[in-house]
Design a protein around this ligand. Structure first.
Ligand code: SF4
Ligand code: SF4
Length: 217
């Protein structure tokens, strides 16, 4: 009886779950699992509000900090311009929930990878650079976006270094180059239309085959 309870439990390491066969206990844990992303979202929003407030207060220091991070003194020389750009960036950070997303995006990406596969290649439009407001955004002679701190110690800590992680990320900035393909559709494309369906005894359900056929890399 206990063994059956463990095998059907979504939280096999939970003592409460292991010791109880009551559906009510399972429902409670399942509800908590569903609420966890919301809690992380709420926590992320609180932390984000605090950090963005600090950034607003420290805005006069922005040109100094930006110069130090990029190693480019032109930010400091063009103090007023950098200040205006930094203010635009902070507003865009709030709109895109850049800080809050760090609290839940990884989990969301893991969940979405069951149904969506992200494909594409960046065409350097610059939209995912905070709607083209990031102070570090630059453009080459052909108008392609270029990051002035790409690859440095600071860049690797930013959300944008992992863009796009989710279908929502793509939609957020209306990225023209990456797309989220439904896993079912990708599986059909890979199998082709001329595969003769074979139903074997003890065959696994279709949904299992489809989700397993195209795991997210
Ligand atoms: S929005 Fe998409 S295409 Fe544009 S710079 Fe970002 S990843 Fe590249
Ligand atoms: S890639 Fe560079 S320019 Fe774009 S948002 Fe990130 S830090 Fe800013």
């Amino acid at each position: 009886m206990v063994t059956q309870s463990v095998s059907s439990c979504a939280f096999p390491l939970s003592l409460d779950c292991r010791d109880s066969d009551t559906p009510g206990a399972l429902r409670l844990f399942e509800r908590q699992a569903l609420e966890l992303p919301n809690l992380m979202h709420a926590l992320g929003r609180v932390v984000e509000a605090i950090l963005l407030s600090v950034m607003w207060v420290g805005l006069p220091l922005a040109p100094i900090i930006v110069s130090a991070v990029s190693g480019d003194l032109s930010f400091l020389r063009n103090y007023r311009q950098t200040l205006r750009q930094a203010a635009r960036q902070i507003r865009a950070m709030a709109k895109a929930e850049v800080i809050a997303r760090r609290f839940y995006n990884e989990k969301r990406a893991a969940e979405q990878s069951v149904s969506w596969k992200i494909e594409g290649e960046c065409s350097h439009c610059g939209e995912c650079c905070l709607f083209q407001t990031c102070v570090f955004l630059d453009h080459d002679e052909e108008g392609r976006s270029r990051c002035r701190i790409y690859g440095n110690w600071f860049f690797n800590r930013l959300t944008c270094a992992e863009y796009p992680m989710t279908k929502d990320d793509i939609e957020l900035y209306a990225c023209p180059s990456f797309r989220a393909e439904p896993v079912r559709q990708v599986a059909q494309v890979r199998l082709g239309r001329h595969v003769i369906p074979v139903v074997a005894r003890n065959a696994v359900p279709d949904s299992t085959v489809e989700s397993g056929a195209s795991p997210r890399p």
